[in-house]
Design a binder for this molecule. Structure first.
Ligand SMILES: Nc1nc2c(ncn2[C@@H]2O[C@H](COP(=O)(O)OP(=O)(O)O)[C@@H](O)[C@H]2O)c(=O)[nH]1
Ligand SMILES: [Mg+2]
Length: 185
């Protein structure tokens, strides 16, 4: 039997740190990081590795994990990004549609955008996608900021966020753990 493929799409506003998180998950450079935003235009797909999920020794079951860094669908100003041409937009939606799980990245220094809140609900309810919410740049947040943002996100998305920092790698192991736990459930 051929190994199953599991595709995880990383979604979020420009500059929220999608490419940085992708690099942190791989432990090396795979996606271009930029100060100015709008760097990742076409989705960037990378094979992460094979994970054994089956319990049986005789019949081990493996899953091939692929991550996709989606370009920013919207700018941080909460408007549709002008850098996305129809072709890129089409490809981006194809990748979203094709994905088995979404990582919704929130920029911790900005907060949850309305546009992404709507997109989150659309993906959750209409497309039935499992979604992991991560709040990135937690190295910039103090405990009070974190608590306020966590409550807000939980309230709006009914989802407990994981705090991560693609800069310090804080929370990256927890993110991987959450993915693996989901796959082994
Ligand atoms: N302080 C801090 N900066 C970050 C973090 N993750 C990304 N950045 C910075 O945010 C900017 C945008 O990152 P990038 O990964 O290109 O975002 P993308 O547009 O969502 O792919 C870059 O200047 C990164 O160095 C983080 O966890 N902490
Ligand atoms: Mg990027």
């Amino acid at each position: 039997m051929e190994d199953r493929k599991f595709k995880i799409a990383i979604l979020g506003p420009e500059n929220s740190g999608k490419s940085s998180i992708m690099n942190a998950l791989f432990g090396r450079y795979v996606s271009l990081v930029s100060e100015v935003g709008g760097t990742t235009k076409m989705p960037i797909k990378r094979y992460w590795g094979k994970l054994k999920i089956g319990r049986s020794k005789e019949n081990p079951e493996f899953i091939n994990i692929v991550f996709v860094d989606l370009g920013g669908l919207y700018t941080t100003s909460d408007k549709q990004s002008p850098i996305m041409t129809p072709k890129i937009l089409e490809k981006t939606f194809k990748e979203i549609n094709d994905s088995d799980m979404i990582i919704h990245v929130i920029d911790g220094s900005i907060g949850l955008l309305r546009s992404f809140e709507k997109l989150h609900h659309l993906l959750k309810f209409r497309y039935q996608k499992p979604i992991i919410v991560v709040i990135n740049k937690c190295d910039l947040l103090n405990n009070i900021d974190k608590e306020i943002l966590k409550k807000y996100v939980e309230n709006r998305l009914k989802n407990t966020p994981i705090f991560v920092s693609a800069k310090t790698f804080e929370g990256i192991p927890e993110l991987l753990d959450t993915i693996i736990r989901y796959l082994k459930r």
